[in-house]
Design a protein around this ligand. Structure first.
Ligand SMILES: *Cc1c(COP(=O)(O)O)cnc(C)c1O
Length: 398
């Protein structure tokens, strides 16, 4: 007889480093917005591998494009050019309005590159090596040392101190708190346009505009981390496009490859001309033909399938449904979010609700102990929202 989930989980806990308290399922395959575990149980997926699998599972065109690239060549290194990476960079420039692209293997690495670019830009201006970066409380930028240094959650950082130096923290949507951290050594402000892990906090339009003005006035670089909120999730390709501002440097990842590990940091021509140059930065895998093929087919399918239109429409519907829960249940405080990136804020931990939902065939995740996060595949329909709502409402009684 085939091994059951319980046996696999025991094996996993013998072999894998225990850095996650995983849910007790072993996932096997996917189809559209559904996942199946190895015992054949079906789950409606409102997590999408943490805002990654925007196009849904087992998308034939996506899979065929990757298979075709695998049969040609998977990796060549960045010592040579490859056509998929050239095409991907051109497409990414077009959808973002940014000018220069550096491909990475993950979100955290995109943030690392963004930090290096900002420091180099400031170094070339004044030759100093003590520049400061302003980051936000409750932010999340990744687990590598640089990205962790700008992550505004002491819980993630403490055991790994010292971090990279000269990071100052301000509060999202509190412009005075940003202003009070500015010094003559400030080289960058980094923030998520919509904070994800920290609890789904969208930046306010006025705040972003004020930060942007400040940055322009003082020649400080604005770095926007669009790793979670980017790629159409808010109803805009990149969330900042909603606000009429533009970053100097931007980080993207998660849905960029829809599962193939890839990220990128992008910058304007002005920053590119005065920051990283030959020999300053590199990566063995970044932008390899397979990863780039994933970006190409993802961006093609976004256009072909009108993904952003769907997010706009279904996002409003999801908001309405979640708002109805806020009205109905006293223990739900509020809903926050944009498009298909939503958080439902409870007055208590949500772990039990998430576990109950999983048992009933619905995959949800949290963002902090008291918040259920909704980051489904971007192809979901109103029917899927209704299906999710029925299960979630059923779990409220527990
Ligand atoms: C997930 C995430 C990261 C880190 O990305 P990894 O690919 O896990 O390294 C950074 N910033 C934000 C906003 C994220 O959501």
């Amino acid at each position: 007889m085939e091994k059951m989930m319980k046996e696999y989980i025991e094996e996993a806990e013998q072999a894998l480093l225990h850095t996650y308290n995983r849910y007790q399922v072993v996932l096997d395959k996917g189809e559209g917005v559904y996942l199946y575990d190895i015992e054949g149980k079906k789950y409606l997926d409102f997590c999408a591998g943490i805002a990654v699998f925007a196009l849904g599972y087992a998308n034939k065109k996506y899979n065929d494009a990757l298979k075709a690239q695998i049969d040609k060549v998977i990796h060549t290194s960045n010592y040579y050019y490859n056509v998929p990476a050239i095409e991907a960079a051109k497409k990414l420039k077009k959808v973002s309005g940014m000018d220069r692209v550096f491909f990475t293997n993950s979100g955290a690495e995109a943030v690392e590159g963004a930090i290096k670019a900002a420091r180099k830009y400031a170094y070339l201006k004044d030759g100093r090596t003590d520049h400061e970066i302003i980051a936000m409380e409750h932010s999340f930028h990744g687990r590598t040392m640089g990205a962790l240094s700008v992550t505004g959650n002491p819980k993630y950082r403490e055991a790994f101190e010292p971090m990279i130096g000269n990071i100052r923290f301000a509060r999202l949507n509190d412009f005075d708190s940003v202003l009070s951290q500015v010094t003559e050594r400030t080289c960058a402000v980094i923030l998520e346009t919509v904070q994800g892990e920290g609890g789904i906090f969208p930046a306010k339009e006025r705040f972003l505009q004020q930060v942007k003005e400040l940055c322009e006035e003082k020649d400080i670089l604005l770095i926007l981390d669009e790793i979670q909120c980017g790629m159409g999730r808010t109803g805009f390709m990149y969330a900042w496009q909603k606000y009429g501002i533009k970053p100097d440097i931007m980080a993207t990842a998660k849905a960029l490859g829809c599962g193939v590990p890839v990220g990128a940091f992008l910058m304007t021509e002005e920053v590119a001309a005065r920051s990283l140059t030959s020999g300053d930065h590199g990566t063995t895998y970044g932008g390899n033909p397979l990863a780039a093929a994933a970006i190409n087919i993802v961006l093609d399918l976004f256009e072909e399938n009108h993904i952003i239109d769907n997010v706009k429409e279904t996002g409003v519907y999801l908001e309405e449904k979640l708002d109805s829960l806020v009205s109905r249940f006293d223990f739900i405080r509020e809903r926050r979010g944009l498009g298909l990136m939503q958080g439902l804020v409870f007055d208590r931990p949500v772990g039990d609700i998430i576990t109950a939902a999983l048992e009933r065939g619905l995959i949800l995740i949290n963002a902090g102990a008291d918040i259920i996060r909704f980051v489904p595949p971007l192809i979901i329909t109103k029917e899927h929202v209704d299906e999710m709502m029925a299960i979630l409402t059923d779990c409220m009684a527990i």
